[in-house]
Design a protein around this ligand. Structure first.
Ligand SMILES: [Zn+2]
Ligand SMILES: [Zn+2]
Length: 135
């Protein structure tokens, strides 16, 4: 901390972290990304992975998704999209929800804000968790 960076600097470890996130299926936690990074380079420390994820997200190369009571998840997609979130197992799936665009305007109108971004998370239980609950 305390080190000010003007722009994104690529380092070998950052590119490794980025390629792991981009190669991943879905939305991984820092811990899961760390496991995958370690398989490619066992010398990388957890703190390095964690800081790299932060820097990559800050520069818009990946997206950090935060949830109140759960670990952040990292998304290789940096474009705007919405998510459905399983509150039982933590699974996160991409969805495109056109109605959210209207919500964007309603939010701006009601608050007087210039709204630049919005992200909708739909919470519930995924098909696997529902199947598990009924068997
Ligand atoms: Zn689930
Ligand atoms: Zn996503």
């Amino acid at each position: 901390m305390g080190q000010v960076q003007a722009g994104y600097r690529d380092t070998a470890q950052r590119s490794l972290v980025l390629s792991v996130v981009r190669g991943a299926d879905g939305h991984l936690t820092a811990g899961e990304i760390f496991e995958l990074v370690r398989r490619r380079d066992a010398r990388v420390a957890y703190g390095t992975v964690y800081r790299s994820l932060h820097v990559l997200a800050e520069h818009g190369l990946i997206q950090e998704l935060t949830f109140a009571d759960q670990a952040s998840r990292y998304d290789k997609r940096s474009d705007r999209h919405d998510h459905v979130h399983c509150t039982k197992c933590g699974l996160l799936v991409d969805v495109e929800v056109p109605v959210a665009l209207m919500a964007h305007h309603v939010a701006a109108e009601q608050s007087g804000f210039h709204v630049t971004n919005h992200h909708t998370v739909f919470a519930g239980s995924c098909p696997d968790c529902r199947a598990r609950a009924t068997t």
